[in-house]
Write a protein that binds this ligand. Structure first.
Ligand code: MTE
Length: 158
């Protein structure tokens, strides 16, 4: 069974001022899709901390998927895409492209998310926007790509 990590990136959640509703929702969604979520962490919008977590979890060698939540927008503290781009070895442009395209049916603001996706050390890393509605919509929009990507990253025939 594929192992997954959820990293919620939010100053207010990390400070305990806001509940991590999105992280809990994603935990449910991933579990229903057959993933074993082995860790769910909350960190502030700090680039070095994001890089540190992405690097450590992808180095473990047994994590198929890391989804980050939040920090993908255009606010002054939003640095998740920059941190992700620094750690990925291959970018998969198509995953966030499809995410934005499909979910823009719900809101044109889908295109204000700068989410990226890519691979580091055979771990698929995907950024999601922060609000729970976005997490649900984005997950639904690309879940088939997640499953297929993980098989391909492992070199399984398709
Ligand atoms: N994508 C979907 N599918 N649904 C949404 O409600 N919200 C948007 C966008 N993407 C949204 C979405 C909004 S309002 C913003 S500001 C950006 O994601 C960035 O969100 P983030 O900074 O929390 O990552």
């Amino acid at each position: 069974v594929n192992k997954a990590i959820i990293i919620t990136i939010s100053d207010s959640c990390a400070a305990g001022a806001k509940e991590d509703t999105s992280g809990k929702l994603l935990l449910d969604l991933l579990t229903k899709e057959g993933f074993e979520v082995i860790s769910k962490v909350i960190i502030p919008d700090e680039k070095d901390q994001i890089i540190k977590h992405l690097t450590a979890y992808s180095a473990a060698g047994n994590i198929s998927l890391i989804i980050t939540i939040g920090g993908t927008g255009i606010g002054p503290r939003d640095v998740t895409p920059e941190a992700t781009k620094e750690v990925i070895e291959k970018e998969i442009i198509g995953i966030p492209e499809l995410m934005r395209l499909r979910t823009s049916d719900f809101t044109p603001f889908a295109y204000l998310s700068r989410a990226v996706a890519g691979i580091r050390n055979e771990t698929l890393i995907i950024n999601f926007p922060g609000n729970p509605k976005a997490v649900q919509e984005c997950f639904d929009s690309i879940k088939e790509l997640i499953h297929h990507s993980i098989s391909m990253i492992k070199g399984e025939p398709h």
